[in-house]
Design a protein around this ligand. Structure first.
Ligand SMILES: NC(=O)c1ccc[n+]([C@@H]2O[C@H](COP(=O)([O-])OP(=O)(O)OC[C@H]3O[C@@H](n4cnc5c(N)ncnc54)[C@H](OP(=O)(O)O)[C@@H]3O)[C@@H](O)[C@H]2O)c1
Length: 254
């Protein structure tokens, strides 16, 4: 009992977009809790850096180049991961992009890029990974959503739409697999300093808007995401499915 509830020894986690940012934080947190990690992303240099760092924690880590928008490549990479590790117990769908302009100026190709990565990408990777979780009778799918699944902000029409879709996808998958041992939940972070939000971080007006809008008065620290990732990946959350946990300093409590 006790901390064993949070132990991930002998588990294998696939984390999309773990070459930097919140995905790297999630992959490292899962490794610290004992899991072996399939590090995934497109950039080979980052892939090697994160894989080496997680290997340095004493875990088995291997990098796989995956573009989550490409169904055939996703399927091929998941086969390679299964061949190497033998099983995938935890899937963190995290690879995401954004484009911020007003609705009337929003280019169609940017709409497609954001929706294809943030929404269809989660669907394609889960569709490729879930069958062996179902076969094994156990699995944890964690979808990195956002506060923007629950609240709106101007200039983020595709991103907010994708994240609203992620929460709905989470519920449908959770219902379909509830009796099969596969739990599906989402995490809804507020703003954390990563490359994705550099534009906002560097604009004092927008940076302060976020501080003022947040009941706790600040952005999240990267380490503050770790506990929720480990919780949702571990046996401690085995009776929880179909939920979104907001890690947002109280933003969505308004
Ligand atoms: N940062 C925040 O404040 C915040 C808040 C709420 C939610 N989130 C969510 O957290 C997730 C991660 O965001 P982040 O802030 O960590 O962003 P980030 O630093 O820009 O990292 C994005 C990651 O996604 C990967 N990626 C992008 N497109 C991909 C594709 N087509 N195929 C495979 N990998 C792809 C990137 O790797 P490569 O470039 O190597 O492919 C990178 O590892 C996203 O879903 C985002 O919506 C972030």
């Amino acid at each position: 009992m006790g901390l064993k509830l949070f132990e991930l020894k002998d588990k294998v986690a696939l984390v999309t977009g773990s070459t930097r940012g919140l995905g790297e934080v999630a992959a490292t947190a899962l490794a610290k809790a004992g899991a072996d990690i399939a590090v995934c992303g497109r950039n080979a240099t980052d892939l090697n850096r994160v894989t080496a760092a997680i290997g340095g924690l004493g875990r088995n880590a291997r990098g796989f180049q995956i573009d989550v928008t490409d169904k055939a490549k996703v399927a091929a990479a998941v086969d390679q991961i299964l061949e190497y590790f033998g099983h995938i117990d935890i899937l963190v769908n995290n690879a995401g992009v954004n484009h911020r302009v007003p609705v009337l100026e929003y280019p169609e190709e940017e709409w497609d890029r954001v929706i294809n990565t943030n929404l269809k990408g989660y669907f394609l990777v889960t569709q490729a990974v879930a069958p062996q979780m179902i076969e094994n009778g156990y699995g944890k799918v964690i979808n990195m959503s956002s506060i923007l699944s629950a609240v709106g902000l101007p200039h983020q029409v595709a991103y907010a739409s994708s994240k609203g879709g992620v929460d709905q996808m989470t519920k449908v998958m959770a219902l379909e697999w509830a009796k099969l041992g596969v739990r599906v939940n989402a995490i809804g972070p507020t703003y954390f300093e990563t490359e994705l939000v550099t534009q906002i971080r560097d604009d004092p007006e927008r940076f302060n808007f976020i501080n003022e809008r947040t009941p706790m008065g600040r952005w999240g620290h990267l380490s503050e995401l770790e506990g929720t990732v480990i919780f949702l990946a571990s046996p401690a959350s085995d009776f929880i499915t179909g939920q979104t946990i907001y890690v947002d300093g109280g933003w969505t409590a308004w």
